[in-house]
Design a protein around this ligand. Structure first.
Ligand SMILES: NC(=O)c1ccc[n+]([C@@H]2O[C@H](COP(=O)([O-])OP(=O)(O)OC[C@H]3O[C@@H](n4cnc5c(N)ncnc54)[C@H](OP(=O)(O)O)[C@@H]3O)[C@@H](O)[C@H]2O)c1
Length: 246
């Protein structure tokens, strides 16, 4: 497969890329910072059958005017992507996002707007080609608004509804849309949240993601028990939920 990963410096994405590199897939590692992508690429080139099958791409998604053409150009250069994994995300300090309008805006831009922007670029190309998979990393935080992280959670909630609509649109063209909902995972993003013992291993999360993509699964919770935990959380009546300190 030809795989484009946006947010390839993310720990979860890096672990996915390790699995794909070992299996001989070609990888384009994209993200906002070339500096942050290079160590990931160096690691993957050791695992890959040929070092040329891994390259990096510094790309700022805020550059809306060139975004779609850039995707089309990179797609052509790669010989046609089979898979786009959108892995970037940013967890702000909730109090700062409540206090500061600029942090609020950045939260929505980083976790929602930029995700839709790159997915729309891929959707047009994959739909015309009538094949491909778009996989997006959302979060369990998108399943219900909670006082501890509702601005991040709302952005991930947007991602869920967005993926649902995109999946519906692309189904007829044979293009799959996979939404991944990790629980708290041991990566730089989550270390501020919980004690390491309570965080999932990103290697396990990556295995779940790669399997879900292979199966073209619509939605995957990872680790698996989060599916049941979030079912319970979603079903708590609102009049009881408002009293909880979550
Ligand atoms: N870790 C968890 O507990 C957890 C739980 C649920 C969902 N998730 C989701 O999983 C995905 C991967 O995160 P991770 O846990 O692997 O975190 P991570 O290792 O901290 O990586 C975060 C990634 O997002 C990129 N990024 C941050 N802000 C960005 C922006 N404004 N524009 C473009 N890229 C930006 C970072 O790029 P730089 O390297 O350039 O900074 C980095 O590649 C994210 O979507 C996250 O929301 C994580």
């Amino acid at each position: 497969m030809n795989i484009l990963i946006y947010g390839a410096s993310s720990r979860i994405a890096h672990e996915c890329a390790r699995l794909w590199a070992r299996d001989g897939h070609a990888l384009v590692l994209a993200g906002r910072s070339a500096l942050r992508l290079e160590p990931v690429a160096a690691d993957l080139r050791v695992l890959a059958a040929s070092p040329e099958s891994v390259r990096t791409l510094a790309w700022d998604l805020a550059d809306e005017a060139t975004l779609r053409q850039r995707f089309a150009d990179e797609d052509a250069r790669a010989g046609g992507f089979d898979l786009l994994l959108v892995a970037h995300g940013w967890l702000p300090e909730q109090a700062a996002a409540q206090r500061d309008p600029a942090v609020l805006r950045e939260t929505v831009e980083a976790n929602a707007l930029s995700v839709a922007q790159i997915c729309e670029a891929a959707a047009g190309v994959f739909e015309a080609r009538r094949r491909g998979t778009i996989a997006v990393i959302g979060s369990v935080a998108g399943d219900r608004g909670r006082q501890s992280n509702y601005l991040y959670g709302a952005s991930k909630g947007f991602v869920e509804r967005y993926c649902q609509g995109l999946r519906n649109r692309l189904h007829a063209a044979g293009v799959a849309v996979v939404l991944v909902k990790p629980g708290p995972t041991d990566t730089p993003m989550a270390r501020q949240l919980a004690r390491p013992g309570r965080l999932a291993d990103p290697r396990d999360v990556a295995r779940d993601i790669v399997r879900a993509i292979d199966r073209r699964q619509a939605v995957v919770y990872t680790p698996g028990p989060w599916r049941w935990i979030m079912t319970v959380i979603r079903w708590i009546p609102e009049r009881a939920f408002v009293r909880l300190k979550l």
